[in-house]
Write a protein that binds this ligand. Structure first.
Ligand code: MTE
Ligand code: MO
Length: 225
């Protein structure tokens, strides 16, 4: 469990974002009631691969364990600053487990991450393989709480929060962008260029999303109750 190197990434305030002190559980209201009977224990690798795989989470401990401090940005214009995550680099998982055993097809240029509650998000494979994208199982020094995606979640700190899929159960390879739930998922969703959504420019969405923060949190709280 030794963590060498703690990387601090993406700690500036990108366009249109504000910092808040809290770090609430957040997401699509439809998924708020999610309460698993059994926590997931394997990652399924599917899609445009020669062999589908079920990878037990324990197998991840063969990879280098790394820590990273990063902010989590929501498209709705706020961020939770300085969260310390520990886990594995997705790139190393891809190179040491996925490539040799599942053998992705040459046209597998998109990845879809699936959560146990039904949420999913896509990234171009090249974005998913950047240095700061992690599979994490601890947060601020303790095992990842249920609220934030136990037992394993993705953290893609250069991308808006919906890409950081919680309760991760699957990684699928596609030859094209496969939009997730909701109409607006941006194919890349990077924070710095303000890729908040697909249909409208980020600066416009900034103003549309901001008034939705409170009602969204309330709806989410109601969904959990
Ligand atoms: N499985 C799953 N992952 C998810 C979501 C979700 O509803 N289900 N919501 C996404 C959204 S929209 C955001 S902003 C972040 C919020 O992360 P947090 O709950 O740890 O604050 O998780 C993302 N990952
Ligand atoms: Mo979000």
């Amino acid at each position: 469990m030794l963590c060498h190197r703690s990387l601090s990434v993406n700690r500036r305030l990108p366009p249109g974002q504000k910092a808040i002190d809290a770090f609430p559980r957040f997401g699509m209201a439809a998924f708020a009631p999610y309460r698993p009977h059994d926590l997931p224990s394997t990652l399924s690798i599917r899609g445009r691969v020669e062999h589908s795989l079920e990878v037990p989470f324990e197998r991840l401990s063969d990879l280098s364990r790394l820590e990273q401090v990063s902010d989590l940005h929501w498209v709705t214009t706020w961020k939770a600053p300085g969260i310390r995550w520990a886990g594995y680099r997705l790139r190393e998982f891809f190179e040491r487990v996925v490539e040799p055993s599942a053998k992705p097809e040459g046209d597998a240029t998109w990845v879809v991450f699936r959560g146990d509650d039904g949420h999913r998000a896509s990234l171009p494979l090249s974005d998913a393989l950047s240095r700061d994208v992690r599979l994490v199982d601890t947060m601020n020094g303790t095992p990842l709480p249920f609220e934030h995606g136990a037992p394993l979640r993705l953290v893609a700190p250069s991308h808006y929060g919906h890409k950081s899929v919680k309760d991760l159960i699957g990684v699928e390879f596609w030859n094209d962008f496969k939009p997730g739930p909701g109409l607006l998922e941006h194919p890349r969703g990077r924070v710095d260029p303000e890729e908040r959504g697909r249909m409208l420019p980020g600066v416009v969405l900034r103003h549309l999303y901001r008034p939705l923060i409170r009602p969204t949190i309330r709806r989410f709280e109601r969904g959990r109750a």
